[in-house]
Design a protein around this ligand. Structure first.
Ligand SMILES: [Zn+2]
Length: 92
């Protein structure tokens, strides 16, 4: 669970940073949560194993490389939510 929390923290931190530069995306609570979930779901489950140190070593990923991967998936999540905002999806 520690890895998941670590990843989620990293995702939230990066998402906050990226969203600060975006005025074209809804940032309501539901859309924000949807972006976090979307990002976490798309990140390879192999990250969500046991101890981050072990996982990173096993897949030869540095923390920076992991962060780069996280950023790619966040950008995808932002585009997805932008096209179909969570609050609209709910109504349909
Ligand atoms: Zn919204």
């Amino acid at each position: 669970m520690r890895v998941k929390n670590f990843l989620e923290d990293m995702v939230r931190e990066e998402l906050n940073r990226l969203l600060a530069e975006r005025d074209d995306v809804c940032k309501c609570k539901n859309c924000y949560k949807d972006m976090v979930t979307h990002t976490l779901n798309r990140l390879p489950t192999k990250y969500a194993i046991s101890d981050l140190g072990t996982v990173v070593t096993k897949f030869h990923l540095t923390k920076d490389q992991l962060r780069a991967q996280v950023t790619v998936e966040i950008l995808d999540a932002i585009e997805t939510v932008k096209k179909t905002p969570y609050h609209e999806k709910k109504k349909k």
